[in-house]
Design a protein around this ligand. Structure first.
Ligand SMILES: [Zn+2]
Length: 301
């Protein structure tokens, strides 16, 4: 009997499926899979694999929880605020290339080079954001904490935007005050705020609506729980019209409610194709256009 991987719980109302490429790394046969970038509700099976080594199953759970969490956190902010999402190079968990693929799939817009490393080889994985290092730098983001904000705004007049670091959550009033300070000093520029994993809750992120032009994520945590069990993966078909995922071991091609042609989400491993991070981001964006988080439900048949 093969094994099925399923996300049982998620901190947010949906998660982004990602990480199909790791099975090859572990030398595991992928029988069926949902393509990277698809937004799903918990309790949907996502991969069917052939594997009989418990230690490898443990590694898969660890690796997939991390990658799905990375894509989901970025996607959650994107969907709630529709703004730019960046992260620091130093905040990206190992293995860096796998993590970047997941982050970009979720919608990450750029990496802030806070450490001196060779960014040349990371260019395929995402945009490197220019940050101000000296007062003559133009069209760069000024990264500042609350204490240095006034002093740095007076010095750096030609910035493209301001990224405010803070060690605590900022209230709406403080955010308005900071934005006004920036406006008085350098005029209307992009205003971004740093958030750590503890800040990324529905209420705090909604608090930033219409106030920030972007969010910089400074740390990540796991936001999903995974389960692996012996089973066969059912067919999973989505009706975009009714926002229902039909999970069944039978064949179903049309929606029983509206007659719409269903989108098959569970692909055969024999047709597996690895996509580039940009392609996965595109797939995710296309699915997100149709995705209604409050409406989507799962129907087991
Ligand atoms: Zn339908």
């Amino acid at each position: 009997m093969p094994y099925v991987v399923k996300v049982t719980r998620c901190k947010y109302p949906w998660f982004i499926n990602v990480g199909s490429w790791i099975f090859k790394k572990f030398g595991i046969k992928l029988n069926r899979y949902i393509i990277d970038g698809v937004p799903l509700k918990p309790a949907i099976p996502i991969f069917e694999i052939e594997c009989y080594k418990n230690d490898i199953l443990r590694k898969i759970i660890n690796e997939l929880s991390k990658l799905i969490s990375l894509a989901t956190i970025v996607n959650f902010i994107k969907k709630c605020l529709n703004v730019k999402v960046f992260t620091y190079y130093s905040s990206i968990p190992d293995e860096i290339e796998d993590s970047l693929k997941a982050l970009i799939t979720g919608g990450l817009d750029g990496i802030i080079p806070d450490l001196e490393v060779n960014y040349e080889k990371l260019k395929d994985y995402g945009n490197i954001i220019n940050i101000c290092r000296s007062e003559v730098d133009k069209l760069c983001y000024l990264v500042t904490n609350l204490i240095s904000l006034n002093e740095l705004l007076a010095k750096f007049k030609q910035v493209y935007g301001v990224i405010v670091k803070s060690s605590y959550r900022l209230s709406k009033n403080i955010l308005i005050d900071l934005k006004l300070k920036m406006y008085d000093s350098i005029g209307d520029h992009e205003f971004l705020i740093e958030c750590c994993h503890l800040d990324i809750t529905k209420s705090y992120i909604k608090n930033l609506q219409n106030l920030v032009n972007g969010v910089v994520i400074s740390s990540f945590s796991n936001v999903v729980t995974l389960e692996i069990y012996e089973s066969k993966m059912p067919n999973i078909n989505r009706c975009i019209n009714c926002q229902i995922d039909f999970v069944t071991h039978n064949q179903i091609k049309k929606c029983p409610y509206c007659g719409n042609k269903l989108t098959n989400l569970a692909k055969s491993g024999s047709e597996y194709k690895e996509y580039s991070p940009k392609e996965m981001k595109f797939i995710c964006m296309e699915f997100m256009k149709e995705f209604k988080e409050d409406k989507l439900r799962i129907e087991f048949r």
